[in-house]
Write a protein that binds this ligand. Structure first.
Ligand SMILES: Cc1cc2nc3c(=O)[nH]c(=O)nc-3n(C[C@H](O)[C@H](O)[C@H](O)COP(=O)(O)OP(=O)(O)OC[C@H]3O[C@@H](n4cnc5c(N)ncnc54)[C@H](O)[C@@H]3O)c2cc1C
Length: 383
């Protein structure tokens, strides 16, 4: 990243700092967090002290006021070592950016500063046992009661929810108007059931959340009822995609570094396997994919920083490309390493499991194909 002429000196300095942090506090432990299935709270404390957790939050709410490129660089650096830790920045930023844009002044004052400092962890609770990609079909219901609502339903696969202090929950009222609200994780009627043994993101504290007639004061609603799925949720998902795209680019880099290093040392048929053309071809594809993914991520974040109307589409493209490229690179790293890549004593196995998750979260690859395909067809159709 550091030789990219598009980065400013300040962005490069920050990136160096992220990489030093990763070397000291993340890389040596990432495997252990995966095996014990949980990133420890103390590590999140270290990230908070370093100003990473609320880096992109506005300065007026104790955030770092970073641009989207710097946020991306953080995700690249952390994502290269621990997808599970990086997922914290994904979800915290999704909820934080939504509150900064759509929250009331009361909500912003109450939640944003503690979130920016890492004193409060937030989860983005959209997916349900029966509803995933089709977010308009969520079944969680808001029923009017007194000055507020009763919230009922069930959310599943929610990142960091097993340790979160608040959830941003999405649902609908009886008239099918989309709604969202803040729910404290210790509110009466909330039941959190941790989910273990995921394929990847094993340290990311996923859980299922049952909402049994939870009382929601009207002041805790986020966004205007009816507009939540069209404006509020997509705003958070945009930053979730940005985070995931950069994190995948980081994972891709880790795959290339691991695979190429192994290929230079492992010998077969009298020479290092890197000197066999077919292995070199695999390394070539990984290197080209890494360069392409980085450019797409950078272009998307720069477009966001300049408030370009194309930022959303560029982020979709970056997420679609970088996640699929990470899956290819992770599979190729295992291939280069042979049996050694198939055992958990080696990070390649973890990269392989985490890469597949990237293609599923924040809109699956098929959902991206659907949106981008329609957009490209519209742009280039003759009649
Ligand atoms: C590790 C992990 C962390 C997660 N964290 C969160 C979180 O923090 N918050 C949250 O709300 N959710 C979270 N999720 C859930 C995630 O957002 C969903 O898994 C995702 O949206 C897909 O939904 P689904 O799994 O129900 O799959 P479905 O929507 O049931 O899709 C199944 C398959 O059908 C395909 N498909 C669906 N619709 C179409 C279509 N129109 N055209 C073509 N193919 C289609 C999909 O691409 C997929 O291949 C997480 C999931 C994982 C695995």
């Amino acid at each position: 990243m550091l030789n990219n002429p598009l980065l400013t000196e300040e962005q490069k300095t920050r990136y160096r700092g992220f990489c030093e942090f990763v070397q000291e506090h993340v890389e040596p432990h990432a495997d252990q967090w995966d095996k014990s299935q949980g990133v420890p709270r103390e590590v999140i404390g270290l990230c908070s002290e370093a100003g990473f957790v609320g880096g992109i939050f506005p300065e007026e709410f104790s955030g770092g006021g970073w641009d989207a490129v710097t946020f991306g660089l953080l995700n690249e650096a952390i994502g290269a070592a621990s997808s599970s830790l990086c997922a914290l920045f994904t979800v915290q930023t999704m909820v934080g950016t939504i509150l900064a844009k759509w929250g009331t002044p009361d909500q912003q004052n109450k939640y944003l500063a503690p979130m920016a400092k890492g004193d409060m962890i937030a989860s983005f609770a959209m997916t349900e046992p029966k509803v995933g990609s089709d977010i308009q079909a969520v079944e969680t219901t808001f029923t009017p009661r007194g000055n507020g609502y009763l919230l009922s339903g069930s959310k599943k696969w929610i990142t960091y929810s097993a340790m979160a202090d608040i959830f941003l929950v999405f649902g609908k009222d009886k008239e099918d108007k989309s709604m969202a609200c803040i729910v404290p994780s210790d509110a009466p009627g909330v039941e959190v059931i941790p989910l273990k043994d995921m394929l990847g993101f094993r340290g990311a504290h996923l859980s299922r959340i049952k909402l049994n007639d939870v009382e929601i004061p009207a002041g805790d609603l986020v966004g205007k009822p009816g507009l939540v799925m069209s404006y509020v949720a997509p705003y958070g998902l945009h930053y979730g995609r940005m985070s995931t795209a950069w994190s995948s680019a980081g994972l891709l880099r880790a795959c290339l570094e691991t695979g190429a290093a192994y290929a230079s040392e492992r010998r077969a048929f009298g020479r290092p396997i890197m000197d066999h053309g077919m292995i070199r071809q695999i390394v070539t594809d990984m290197g080209v994919d890494l360069e392409a993914a980085r450019h797409l991520c950078l272009g998307a974040s720069m477009a966001d920083d300049s408030h370009s109307p194309g930022a959303v589409e560029k982020t979709l493209i970056a997420k679609y490309y970088a996640t699929r490229a990470a899956v290819r690179a992770a599979a190729d790293t295992v291939q280069i390493m042979g049996a050694a890549g198939c055992h958990e004593e080696n990070p390649a196995a973890r990269y392989y499991r985490n890469a597949k998750i990237m293609e599923i979260i924040e809109g699956t690859s098929q959902v991206h194909q659907e949106i981008l395909g329609k957009s490209f067809c519209k742009k280039f159709r003759k009649r």
